[in-house]
Design a protein around this ligand. Structure first.
Ligand SMILES: [Zn+2]
Length: 87
């Protein structure tokens, strides 16, 4: 479902980054409420660090520290997999 054609970052790399972000307390250990909005463009995905293409879904989440994070659909899915899967 997620083609990821415009995304140069391999899933394994994104997963590792997500784990590091979770360990560092940047990302919550598990996805809380996220809101998907069409991206206006020019924003970077927290998980993979690459730009979110204008018009593609941009998943916004607000952490407990009130930091707003933005993720690609794919990166949000990877985050969810990390949260559910192995520690
Ligand atoms: Zn991403």
């Amino acid at each position: 479902m997620v083609s990821g054609d415009a995304d140069p970052v391999p899933a394994s790399v994104v997963r590792r980054r997500i784990r590091e972000l979770v360990r560092g307390g940047v990302l919550p250990a598990k996805p809380e409420s996220t809101l998907a909005v069409p991206s206006p463009g020019g924003r970077l995905c927290t998980a993979c660090g690459s730009a979110i293409e204008p018009g593609t879904p941009e998943h916004e989440t607000l952490t407990r520290a009130n930091v707003r994070l933005r993720l690609h659909s794919r990166c949000r899915d990877l985050w969810m997999n990390e949260a559910e899967g192995e520690g």
